[in-house]
Ligand binder design. Sequence first.
Ligand code: M6R
Length: 594
Amino acid sequence: MCGIVACLNEGPATGYLLPALRRLEYRGYDSVGIAVTTQDGAVARLRSVERIDALEAAVLRWAGAPLGGAGIGHTRWATHGGVSTANAHPLSDCSHRINLVHNGIIENAGLLRRRLERSGHRFESAVDSEVICHLIEDQLCDAGDPLLAVRRALSLLEGSWAIAVLDAASGRIIVSCHRSPLLLAHTASAVLVASDIAAVGEWVERFRVVDDGDVLELSDVEQHGQSTAGATVFGKTGGVGSVETPGLGGYVDYMAKEIDEQPTAVARLLAELADGVADGSLWRGLSMPAFERLRVVGCGTSLNAGHVIANLVRRFGGVPACLTVASEANSEVVEPDTLCLAISQSGETADVLRAVTTCAQPGTLLGLTNNSHSTLARSADAFLSCNAGPEIGVAATKTFVCQVIAGCALMISALIAVGRLSTSSAAGLVDTMESLPQRLAKATAAAASVVPDIAEKYCTAPGFIYIARGTGVPYAAEGALKLKELTYRWAEHYPAGELKHGPLALIGSGTPVVAVRGADKKLAANIAEVEVRGGHVVSVGTAESTIPVQADLAAPWGPLECIVPLQMLARTIGLTLGWDVDKPRNLAKSVTVE
Ligand code: M6R
């Protein structure tokens, strides 16, 4: 999704901007651009609706005055206004003095735009962000000073923003944020700003989080940082390698690589966590308060992982647990002694960050994320990394499996610590958990031999239904989500008992129904209901299944092994249909708008 970078450098700004934008690529984008000062006192604005390679080529072709050391850059994921060069950031005002990159959404943009147009401003784009440029232009007439003009313009906005403004007249860069993250860092020669530490982590050891509402000029950053040090969060990048985009390593796409990495990722995670499960020390190490209820908050795949974790807490600990769709959290009633577990691969999902402000009581927010530098990790009272390593494919795969394992390990440890589970039961669960890398590897091999034929058979089907019961339901949900994302076909999941209450009407001759087998034997009757109506059942799980992955049905996290063939099925059908499985249309890796 949208990403921001800005830099004030002794050398050419492009030396930082272009590699930083490339590191933001993994978030997903549909246009990219930079604005950079030129040595004749102007600004060059270069934008592309192609990939960053095209922007780099435009920089190489640049025949104007040499590019200078101040610049801003942006990767855009369209929300307001389609994908076009005119809508790509940096955006500008009427005089092209103000250049701006923006993450977030300006909620009163329509009203502001109408007012600005009535007073003579000419808009070049359909993007909400452009109103900020014209508001600054107006305020400059009165205030004279760009810093003051930006501050005044921002006071007129409603919504969320992280912005970087480059003033062509002075070469000054001003940054600010409100409910959208922005980080500052220094190298020996440059001041850098980014919306995600991944953009600049290679060059810096430490970074500073820009406080909500701050309006800073880059040259003033050192001084400002000192004057507000008490109120400012600093972080360590903890080594650059962790934020670098890995290569394909011989795979044709990242999704294939990341599916194959699941057993290794789980082994690494267990090596880190397993010792602290059965003695409760993993939980105690987080210093969180005891809890009577669990609320899991997340979106998409992360919410599906949360469903698995909630099932375990209910079934094994007898602890009431509920799931909150993050974008619907604002009307929740939170009962006392509720632990809020917010799960987010990126740790930057706006819906999740917003949700936890309303549905987590002070001191009770626990984050589970794959990004230890993220806003969620920084703002939670404690956090646990799911340690899946970099995941580039937009469709979550190994982060899902690692979220499930990390969350279940932590909750078993918590149940021990609060006396709801015996140490011997927990030790047995840890043994079962430790067999998972091998079981996932076997599932991958088993699926590889049967999924291509199944994909071939059903790739022209217009829609799919996924069913399961009990602990299998979150995996059916995740399988259907993967299919939608990668094939652009309808795929819905149902607890299998619900079929007869409506969805059974969808089943006709040849309708593909993917059944995830779990421990509940009643699924067999639901499969029969489908088959007698002509549906084609593709079952996943036990030895007699169409895709026999020999899932451990008794495990408290349910038939986790089943997710591997479901990921592979979605990927294979997506590829057969000619889609880019790493970058599904309309989707982004990091979803930073509500
Ligand atoms: O970064 P998050 O885990 O918070 O993202 C939430 C969803 O956008 C995400 O899980 C999405 O559903 C997956 N990319 C689907 O594969």
